[in-house]
Design a protein around this ligand. Structure first.
Ligand SMILES: Nc1ncnc2c1ncn2[C@@H]1O[C@H](COP(=O)(O)OP(=O)(O)OP(=O)(O)O)[C@@H](O)[C@H]1O
Ligand SMILES: [Mg+2]
Length: 301
């Protein structure tokens, strides 16, 4: 079982690369789950199949799921809502509306996606999970939350122990043991961090050869490294190749791209290595086109 994830800023080609790789792996006989957590998903359009939060078969051994923002919040509430209420209400005089309040916190969506991937991994049902992550800014700062959550859970448990005896005296209703829940969350956070740092979890950074692409690729690389996530390659996508056209704007742009490609090569060429994909003239839509595109992803997996 391997989890292959694609990271990068908006519009660089994460969904295209994810879908293309998933199609190729499935054609190779593997059972593949392709998941997107893009808040404005485009996977349905790219695959030409209507998708929802539950995995459905696209064709052969390729399954896909699309979790938009609403689906994520809904499912988070279903999975964690009651637990969160039980814990928080044991500390504070709150009603069940606290569930909605916490469900709206930044980071919850990403938190949920990590759990979702872990959950799908633990079923052992798929050979590969290909994860098309939400555009960089959001997703990455949220991985940090995971770390903070993890370290704060210990504090929360300790604090709870200190006030437990008082709480026992004033508590009227019987409810799930908050301490047990807290330690189950701690275990969950540990499992998630363990999954991210494991050799089965592979990250690919997708970028473009422009200033923002260059700076963001560096930043994502550092942030992923902070979580011991292995970056296998940097994919430099949508590269304007000089010879493709002789019109002036294209030539200018291709010169800019050549410059940043060189910078990216210097930065990542030796380690972890780069894959260069040209800007293609046609749409990359439907399984056939995606399979063609996957020729560029031969260096992946
Ligand atoms: N090498 C390429 N050549 C030409 N077009 C490309 C190439 N790679 C991606 N595209 C196109 O660029 C657009 C953006 O790609 P895609 O949706 O995969 O990016 P994304 O990183 O997932 O974007 P978002 O952050 O919005 O989810 C799409 O229209 C896609 O077809
Ligand atoms: Mg996308």
């Amino acid at each position: 079982m391997r989890i292959i994830s694609f990271w990068g800023k908006g519009g660089v080609g994460k969904t295209t690369c994810s879908a293309s790789l998933a199609v190729r792996l499935a054609k190779g006989g593997h059972k593949v789950l392709l998941v997107t957590s893009d808040p404005t998903p485009s996977l349905s359009d790219i695959l030409g199949v209507e998708l929802g939060p539950d995995p459905r078969v696209v064709s052969g051994s390729l399954y896909a799921a699309e979790l938009d923002e609403d689906a994520v919040v809904e499912r988070w509430k279903r999975r964690f809502g009651k637990e969160v209420y039980d814990v928080v209400s044991s500390f504070l005089p709150v009603g069940e509306e606290v569930i909605d309040y916490i469900a709206g916190a930044p980071g919850i969506g990403f938190e949920f996606m990590l759990w979702y991937i872990l959950d799908k991994k633990s079923t052992g049902e798929y050979d590969f999970i290909v994860w098309d992550t939400a555009p960089a800014g959001g997703a990455l700062s949220l991985v940090k939350l995971e770390e903070q959550l993890y370290s704060h859970l210990g504090d929360a448990a300790a604090m709870y122990l200190r006030v437990k005896s008082t709480l026992d005296k004033i508590r009227r209703k019987e409810r799930a043991d908050p301490l047990k829940l807290i330690s189950s969350w701690r275990k969950l956070a540990e499992d998630v961090l363990g999954m991210l740092a494991s050799p089965e979890f592979e990250a690919y950074i997708v970028t473009i050869p422009e200033w923002l692409g260059y700076t963001q690729a560096k930043r994502i690389m550092q942030e992923l490294a902070a979580f011991s996530i292995r970056v296998r390659k940097v994919i430099v996508n949508q590269v304007f190749q000089r010879e493709a056209c002789s019109c002036k704007p294209w030539v200018r742009k291709s010169e800019v791209h050549a410059r940043y490609l060189e910078l990216l090569e210097r930065e990542f060429g030796k380690s972890p290595g780069i894959i260069v994909i040209p800007m293609l003239p046609e749409d990359i839509q439907g399984e056939e086109k995606l399979l063609e595109f996957s020729e560029y992803l031969k260096g992946v997996s």
